[in-house]
Design a protein around this ligand. Structure first.
Ligand SMILES: [Zn+2]
Length: 95
């Protein structure tokens, strides 16, 4: 995934190399909104408002929503790290 948009064709979809994502430690997941059986990838306009509502639902459950991140906004991504950093997980800590 890291190579996509860098050394192979496509759009950059992640800033994480293998082992450098919270997904690797089973504390993150991605979702997509489905409308009439089709995924809604658009995050602008009315679709953007819908993504914001979904993000707020996740946050109300105590999850961190990457739709609020400034550096690499990722509407589909949620995580729960209990305050631990990636370095903590890489060092073997768990939640
Ligand atoms: Zn993700």
């Amino acid at each position: 995934m890291y190579a996509q948009g860098r050394t192979i064709k496509g759009k950059i979809v992640t800033n994480a190399k293998g082992g450098q994502s919270f997904h690797n430690y089973k504390v993150a997941f991605d979702i997509v909104i489905m409308r009439n059986g089709k995924p809604v990838w658009n995050t602008t306009g009315e679709d953007g408002k819908l993504w914001k509502k979904v993000g707020e639902i996740g946050e109300s459950c105590g999850l961190e929503w990457a739709g609020r991140w400034q550096k690499f906004k990722e509407y589909a991504h949620f995580q729960y790290t209990k305050g631990l950093t990636l370095a903590d997980f890489q060092a073997g800590k768990t939640i």
